[in-house]
Design a protein around this ligand. Structure first.
Ligand SMILES: Cc1cc2nc3c(=O)[nH]c(=O)nc-3n(C[C@H](O)[C@H](O)[C@H](O)COP(=O)(O)O)c2cc1C
Length: 170
């Protein structure tokens, strides 16, 4: 069985508890590393090819425009091999996934793949992301997601561990 943890995460200024806060490490990245600790699976970072601006308000504008334009930003890299199982992590952006995750899923070989989504958010839960994953990857099986509020991440190791163990037996 070939498995990977693929995730998108944004370090720097972010929305946490409705406030703008500087994060040394993105919330989803923290969760991805915790999953790697308990599963020993490799990590793959979903990264847009062009760098986003450091200014947080410009970043908000650009990500919102990408969503409005249904953009598929070019990524630095894609998964070229077929994977049987993908732990897919991303933050809730504007009620769904960041558009870079749309780009990642559009290029994915979704035949016989099981996707375990994990989402960090600031109160919006996973929004419409699960429906969007299903639309992009109609042949994939999508399991019960793990959805974590960004203010509660560091104390969630045991919930993460339980979720990973459950996913590996689904
Ligand atoms: C551009 C942008 C849009 C966001 N939109 C939402 C949203 O619609 N709903 C929500 O609950 N949180 C939203 N958030 C908060 C993020 O989902 C939350 O801070 C997440 O944990 C960030 O993950 P990261 O640090 O891995 O990038 C948004 C944050 C950003 C930067």
């Amino acid at each position: 069985m070939k498995s990977v943890i693929a995730y998108f995460s944004h370090r720097g200024y972010n929305c946490v508890d409705g406030k703008v806060k500087y994060l040394e490490k993105g919330n989803t990245e923290i969760v991805a590393h915790m999953i790697a600790c308990v599963s020993h699976l490799p990590l793959f970072k979903i990264e847009p090819e062009s760098n986003y601006p450091d200014n947080f308000y410009e970043y908000l504008n650009i990500t919102q425009q990408e969503l409005a334009n249904k953009a598929y930003p070019q990524l630095k890299g894609y998964l070229h091999d077929h994977y049987d199982e993908i732990y897919l992590g991303f933050p809730n952006y504007w009620g769904t996934m960041p558009r870079a995750v749309f780009s990642f899923l559009k290029e994915l070989d979704d035949n016989n793949v099981v996707i375990h989504p994990f989402i960090t958010h600031d109160g919006g839960d996973y929004g419409s992301s699960l429906t969007d994953i299903k639309t992009l990857c109609p042949h994939a099986t999508i399991t019960e997601p793990l959805s974590l509020k960004c203010t509660h991440i560091k104390c969630q190791l045991s919930a993460i561990e339980t979720w990973v163990k459950k996913g590996s037996h689904d």
